[in-house]
Design a protein around this ligand. Structure first.
Ligand SMILES: Nc1ncnc2c1ncn2[C@@H]1O[C@H](COP(=O)(O)OP(=O)(O)O)[C@@H](O)[C@H]1O
Ligand SMILES: [Mg+2]
Length: 1017
């Protein structure tokens, strides 16, 4: 509220005639009304000799108080131009107070009158009355909002009529120029309303939302968010900001780690001890789950404790990204239970794929917890496209597109700099086209230079402003631009060889701002403008210095600076940086670095090493075909035989995955003599192991066994636990493939034990499932089930998707054998839900078969037939040697049609004569026996029971004996033999001790039949 009055008006009226007074008043009102309007105020009354105006109602612009004060200072000057009838300059006294007022329209129609009431109205009127001629008195609350800017005299506490307590007042002489300080916020009413609404809604509903603010650079995204942040803080939110940058990001300064560090309350030092302490605290307060610690460590750049390192490496890349995002989301969730959170991620147009995947997860998480997630981006390069949105499963994302400021808003913004009615200012406003950054820079430029030329672009403006800096500041600003949009004072001092340099000068003219212990350019475009002003030679020199400064501490930054310096060492630096990243399992980053390095160098050895690294990371990323091509390139470029050997091994591994066994074999045959000649024993072991696996897939069991045996010898010779564990696993497979299940169990157990000791989760998990299968054949179903449960858990925990599918499939099978059909059904459904999207067709085929067996046991034959048809279809695609025989056995069991049954049994038996895995035989006979029993074909049942026993002759299997003895006993009952009650009871006992719930009902039925049979006698 502003009240202004002419001094000595009563005396004036007495001395002069009414007409003269009237003329003076009209002139006075004309001037004051225009002035107040120019400053965004609204005149609500002309009371005798005075003016009453309101600023900030009905529309508040944010800097209303300041504009009122500025208007008042101008009003004194305006008045001085007026002469009273006595020829004296007119003088005013003015009072201004801020606070909440009630505003209302009190008369309608063309003469709409606007009235305000409330304490500030009374206070402003009283201050006006107390003011001396030429004085502007303001209330203490208004003074506080102007803080350091007001040049004002403290009048102390005054007792003021109508107020209980004495109130402090200030006499304003002027407002100091803004200096480094920010301009008040103007405009953006609708956007702020939306954003504030979202803040309120989160508090009310305790469920969050994600908001996306887009706009041209400089349009005011960051500023709008700052405004939002202060409102959020006032509402009790905790705020966390992560800034995505295009270049020069130091370790731990990435957007996601920044937010994470904030959530975990890492202290401001950000030192390693502080980060570690924060993780410990997070664990004990359960913000971080024990399984998530390794992902949090990785994000915070903490070395993994040894026990976690191998687990972390074991997780495949996609899952690692996924789990890492889940871990951050979990921390956010925990933190939001304590206090609502505003999380801001700025400038996502520069975000990498992994940041975007984190953001997708945070977006999804935010909708369920008290979190408002806000992301900002330029319009050009907007990365939140259809694909990204799909990855959030259609989570709503409210988009706010920021347009230019409206002309009246631009005028208000300009009003803070120079008088907005000034023609020059009007020129600037027009030139800036509503871009506040441009406008601000234009006006600052004008303030600094008094020149009336209007530079045409932000770039030229920045340069003009830079040229007026003191030489030291200019040099520092340029050096800083080489470091990037964010820079630390230490490196800046080193670049300009001035250990005492301080950024105060740059901060004062708002070219840079302090931010979390560092400095940030006030705007990205300012940094870009300054950087482009450097001569190439100077840029190179500074980049080289920066590279040296970062040194081994920051391998990526070192490489990137050397790259920009055009230094021949850059490729080598990329090689070390990429190796370092690959060592931390950050394969996407490693790949990019290796590719950039390879582009730069002409040195054959470095190039070859880079491409080899690229090939390795491609394989890690599951891009098998690309990796094969890269490995082939290395074969051509190889500088020595070691590289050549590794390249051939890479080609073999890739072809094994893609299923081109012949190419894989050929590559191994190239690698083997080299490994031999150079005595690369571990490599020799790997080569033999891979070859063993290739034989296994082709059903060549003998050859498979021999290769793994050789691999084992090499592994032990060189003492490499991983090679040894893998060789043991291969030997287990070879034994399993020919039904030596108990021998296989020995190998698998050794393999699991060794893997556990050496922390090789990837090897351990699938081999535990293999142990479980073997235990089943030893009639230890319960142990088998608990073993495979463990395998499922570990596989899930470490994101070993293939292993999890395999373990679940095994679990489904074992639970079916145990007669625990409901649990089996759940495990089967879960297995299918993982196997289908992963394209794991062989597992899908197997689990469909197992589910079909379960359906048969439940008497749901029709469903079983359907599933078997699907299973068979998939088996035809992936090779009948793995399961074909078993599927035909099950089909024979599921059908009611004798012709079909006979045909299926024939087909199954035919397949058993081809190379196939042992379980085809075991499971075929199992089904064939029961199928024959169900059909009353007693002799057939006996024949299959005998065949099963024959098949396991080389290594007798308890399971096979149980199955065949049961078959024969049931056949005997079927034939009418009543004398084997004792045998049946023994079998029942065996089946239930073994845990074969599946085998029991038929025995019970037979026993009942015998009792009924006996009873009539
Ligand atoms: N609504 C506004 N009121 C006052 N100043 C603003 C406003 N919007 C932007 N600015 C100023 O314009 C400059 C550029 O705005 P910024 O938010 O950094 O743009 P962006 O983030 O969109 O690139 C900043 O100095 C900022 O203070
Ligand atoms: Mg911004």
């Amino acid at each position: 509220m502003l009240f202004a009055d002419i001094c000595g008006y009563t005396a004036l009226c007495a001395a002069a005639d009414a007409e003269q007074v009237q003329a003076l008043l009209s002139r006075f009102y004309e001037l004051t009304d225009a002035r107040i309007a120019a400053y965004g105020g609204r005149v609500i009354d002309h009371a005798g000799d005075g003016v009453v105006a309101v600023f900030g109602a009905p529309i508040a612009y944010g800097n209303d108080g300041e504009r009122a004060v500025r208007a008042a200072l101008e009003l004194h000057k305006d008045a001085a131009q007026l002469r009273d009838p006595a020829g004296e300059a007119v003088r005013l006294h003015i009072g201004i107070a801020s606070g909440e007022v009630v505003a209302a329209v009190i008369a309608g129609g063309a003469q709409a009158k606007y009235a305000v009431t409330g304490d500030p109205v009374n206070l402003a009127a009283r201050l006006d009355a107390l003011a001396h001629p030429g004085q502007t008195l303001i209330s203490d609350t208004l003074y506080a909002t102007l803080s350091q800017r007001a040049d004002a005299e403290d009048l102390g506490e005054l007792s003021i009529k109508g107020f209980d307590k004495p109130l402090r007042a200030w006499s304003v002489r002027g407002l100091r120029p803004a200096g480094g300080e920010r301009r008040p916020f103007v405009g953006r009413h609708n956007e702020l309303r939306q954003l504030s609404g979202a803040l309120d809604a989160v508090l009310e509903s305790r469920t969050g939302a994600a908001i996306y603010v887009r706009g041209e650079p400089g349009i005011g995204k960051t500023r709008l968010i700052e405004e939002l942040r202060s409102r959020a803080v006032a509402l009790g939110y905790a705020c966390h900001t992560g800034q995505v940058l295009d270049f020069g990001v130091r370790k731990g300064q990435d957007a996601i780690p920044m937010v994470l560090a904030g959530l975990l309350q890492v202290d401001s030092s950000g030192a390693e001890v502080a980060r570690r302490a924060a993780v410990e605290r997070g664990l004990s307060e359960r913000l971080i789950g024990p399984d998530q610690a390794m992902f949090i460590n990785d994000l915070l750049d903490l070395a993994q404790p040894t026990e976690l390192q191998s687990l972390f490496d074991a997780v495949d890349n996609t899952t690692r990204n996924q789990r890492s995002g889940e871990a951050v989301a979990a921390v956010l969730k925990g933190a939001s239970l304590r206090q609502p959170r505003l999380v801001v991620i700025e400038d996502v147009h520069w975000a990498s794929a992994s940041v975007l995947s984190h953001l997708a997860q945070l977006t999804m998480a935010a909708t369920e917890i008290a979190v408002l997630l806000v992301m900002t981006s330029r319009v050009e390069g907007d990365p939140l496209d259809k694909v990204w949105r799909a990855s959030t499963h259609g989570t709503p994302l409210m988009t706010i597109d920021l347009g230019p400021l409206r002309p009246e808003e631009a005028r208000l913004l300009a009003g803070g700099f120079i008088e907005a009615s000034n023609r020059f200012a009007a020129g600037c406003i027009e030139r800036a086209e509503g871009n506040p950054l441009f406008l601000e820079q234009l006006l600052r430029n004008a303030q600094e230079s008094e020149s009336s030329a209007i530079p045409p672009t932000i770039q030229s403006l920045v340069l003009a402003r830079m040229d007026r800096l003191e030489a030291r500041d200019k040099q520092a600003l340029q050096a800083a631009s080489v470091v990037g949009k964010r820079f630390g004072i230490a490196i800046l001092r080193s670049l300009i060889d001035d250990p005492d340099y301080a950024c105060d000068g740059l901060v004062a003219c708002d070219l840079v701002r302090a931010s979390a212990g560092d400095y940030l350019f006030a705007h990205a475009l300012i940094q870009e403008g300054v950087y482009s002003s450097l001569l190439h030679s100077k840029k190179r020199e500074l980049h080289r210095k920066a590279a040296d400064w970062f040194g081994a501490q920051e391998p990526i930054l070192r490489a990137e600076h050397l790259d920009r310096a055009g230094d021949p060492e850059a490729a080598n630096a990329y090689l070390s940086a990429a190796t370092d990243q690959a060592g931390r399992s950050r394969f996407e980053v490693a790949l990019q670095l290796a590719e950039r390095g390879a582009q730069l160098t002409t040195s054959a050895p470095v190039r070859c090493a880079l491409i080899l690294l690229r090939a390795d990371t491609l394989r890690e990323l599951g891009r098998s075909r690309d990796s094969i091509t890269a490995f082939q390139e290395v074969v051509e470029l190889a500088q020595d035989d070691v590289q050549r050997c590794r390249a051939w091994m890479g080609v073999a591994a890739g072809n094994r995955v893609t299923g081109d066994f012949a190419a894989a074999m050929a590559a191994l045959n190239q690698a083997e003599p080299i490994a031999h000649r150079l005595a690369l024993v571990a490599d020799s072991s790997r080569i033999r192991h891979t070859r063993g696996n290739l034989y296994f897939a082709q059903g060549k069991v003998r050859e498979c066994h021999d290769e793994h045996q050789a691999a084992l010898v090499f592994a032990r010779q060189v003492g490499d636990p991983e090679c040894e564990a893998r060789a043991l696993s291969g030997l287990g497979d070879a034994q399993y493939a020919r039904a030596r299940m108990l021998t296989a169990l020995g190998y698998f157990k050794d393999c699991v034990e060794l893997s556990r000791q050496a922390g090789l989760v990837k090897v351990e998990v699938p081999n535990r499932a293999m142990c479980a299968h073997c235990l089943l054949y030893n009639n230890e179903v319960d142990r088998a089930v608990s073993e495979v449960h463990g395998a499922c858990e570990s596989a899930h925990k470490f994101g070993l998707v293939q292993s999890e599918i395999f373990a679940l499939e095994s679990l489904t099978f074992l639970l079916t054998m145990a007669g625990r059909y409901d649990e089996a059904e759940q495990a089967g459904a879960k297995c299918l839900s993982l196997a289908r999207p992963a394209g794991a067709r062989r597992f899908e085929s197997t689990v469909l078969y197992v589910i079909a067996m379960l359906r048969i046991a439940q008497g749901k034959h029709a469903i079983a037939r359907d599933q078997l048809a699907q299973s068979l279809e998939l088996a035809r695609q992936t090779g009948m040697g793995f399961l074909g025989g078993a599927i035909f056995g099950a089909i024979a069991y599921a059908t009611a049609d004798p012709g079909e049954r006979r045909h299926a049994l024939e087909q199954g038996e035919a397949l058993l004569r081809e190379p196939c895995v042992s379980h085809c035989h075991l499971w075929f006979y199992w089904s064939a026996i029961d199928a024959s029993l169900a059909a009353g074909e007693w002799d057939m049942a006996v024949r299959y029971a005998d065949a099963l026993e024959d098949y396991v002759q080389a290594e007798p299997l308890p399971w096979a004996y149980l199955v065949s003895a049961r078959g024969r006993a049931l056949a005997a009952v079927g034939k009418g033999d009543t004398g084997n009650q004792g045998q049946l009871t023994r079998l029942r006992e065996q089946a239930s001790t073994g845990g074969f719930g599946w085998a029991v009902p038929a025995i019970d039925a037979a026993l009942t039949r015998l009792q009924n049979f006996v009873a009539p006698r």
